[in-house]
Design a protein around this ligand. Structure first.
Ligand SMILES: [Zn+2]
Length: 356
């Protein structure tokens, strides 16, 4: 039996139990942000025995950030301390994919970073992708989880963007499951869309999907730039997009997929309270909204937790959550035939009477 044929919840069953076992789709997930707390401890002990990350309760004591800059600083410290060679990435990816499979995620697109030779502990790009790919193939052999990979381009480093896409395309030629690109980095630092555009054009011409974080730390103009100047079809967060009704109308008419991450936005201060989060309003306005976990280790919430949060705190019904899942299938960077298969599996599993 595959997870897409798991029995749907019986009437009267618990919503939480149903959401744990129903097939789900994750489109906004950073590989480095999935590292298990225990793995952090073990790798920190190996590389930097005096690091505070070796403490048994580092995870409870350490995450004190209250804004995006604080989060980025701490995420970077964990990554630099723990992820130093392809073996570390192989372990990271294997555990990430196992955790997704355990949540009955049927399809995930996973972003990953790359440290160039100028950075500490650089890993050659082919070795990095080979490590992730080995974990992906092994996960695919023991579970029905399907994975697509997206290299992250850094918006403040436009000179590295075209070479990175070229390297990604070379790895795809060798069989890597690279399905798109994403744009990350500090929106508030200013963005040179013209300098980033050639990389997006190259990726588009090669058939990769185009995604960008936008509208999280900057306003609607950042979303407009990603759409008009980069050609993005998916936007990450877009929590500030509602300030511009024309932008919202554009999202609707162009069927732009929004990969929203409520817990992340709350933890980084992108929204002040959960009640201020626009995901419900955007959904009710007919936008192609999806729900995602972003960096589950660092924000303390899995994809299943995010589904539950929407149900318990933001008024999403069982049917609404089913629709979010189908929106994610629609927004996946996969051929139509693959999306049709995913859609059939989701529809079948979510079609029974919802839990009370
Ligand atoms: Zn993100």
């Amino acid at each position: 039996m595959t997870r897409t044929t798991d029995p749907a919840p019986a009437a009267g069953g618990s919503l939480a139990q149903a959401l744990r076992t129903l097939p789900k789709v994750e489109l906004h997930l950073h590989l480095e942000g999935t590292i298990r707390p225990r793995t952090v401890r073990e790798l920190a002990a190996k590389y930097e025995p005096r690091s505070p990350l070796t403490a048994p309760d580092w995870h409870e004591r350490y995450w004190t950030f209250t804004d995006l800059a604080g989060f980025v600083t701490q995420m970077r410290q964990v990554s630099l301390t723990c992820l130093r060679n392809p073996d570390d990435y192989y372990r990271l990816a294997g555990e990430c994919f196992a955790d997704l499979a355990a949540q009955h995620v049927c399809y995930a697109e996973v972003m990953f970073g790359f440290r160039g030779p100028e950075a500490p502990y650089p890993i050659p790009y082919p070795d990095l992708v080979a490590a992730i790919e080995q974990a992906r193939r092994e996960a695919g052999a023991i579970s029905p989880l399907r994975i697509g990979l997206l290299p992250s381009l850094i918006r403040t480093q436009p000179d590295s963007a075209v070479p990175l896409v070229q390297q990604a395309l070379a790895e795809r030629e060798r069989g890597a499951a690279i399905v798109g690109i994403d744009l990350v980095g500090d929106e508030a630092a200013g963005q040179d869309f013209a300098a980033l555009a050639p990389a997006f054009r190259l990726a588009d011409e090669a058939g990769l999907g185009l995604s960008a974080h936008a509208g999280e730390a900057a306003g609607p103009e950042s979303c407009w730039g990603a759409l008009r100047l980069l050609g993005a079809r998916r936007l990450g967060h877009a929590t500030r997009a509602g300030a511009d009704p024309a932008l919202v109308a554009q999202f609707r008419s162009e069927r732009i997929t929004l990969t929203m991450c409520p817990t992340s936005n709350l933890r980084t201060g992108a929204v002040s309270t959960l009640a201020d989060h626009p995901i419900r309003a955007f959904y009710q306005q007919g936008l192609a909204v999806t729900v995602n976990s972003d960096d589950p280790t660092h924000f303390g919430a899995t994809l299943t937790d995010e589904y539950l949060l929407l149900a318990r705190c933001l008024g999403f019904s069982f049917a609404d959550l089913r629709q979010l899942t189908l929106n994610a299938v629609e927004g996946a960077f996969q051929p139509a035939a693959v999306r049709a298969t995913l859609r059939a599996g989701v529809e079948q599993a979510w079609s029974a009477v919802p839990p009370a």
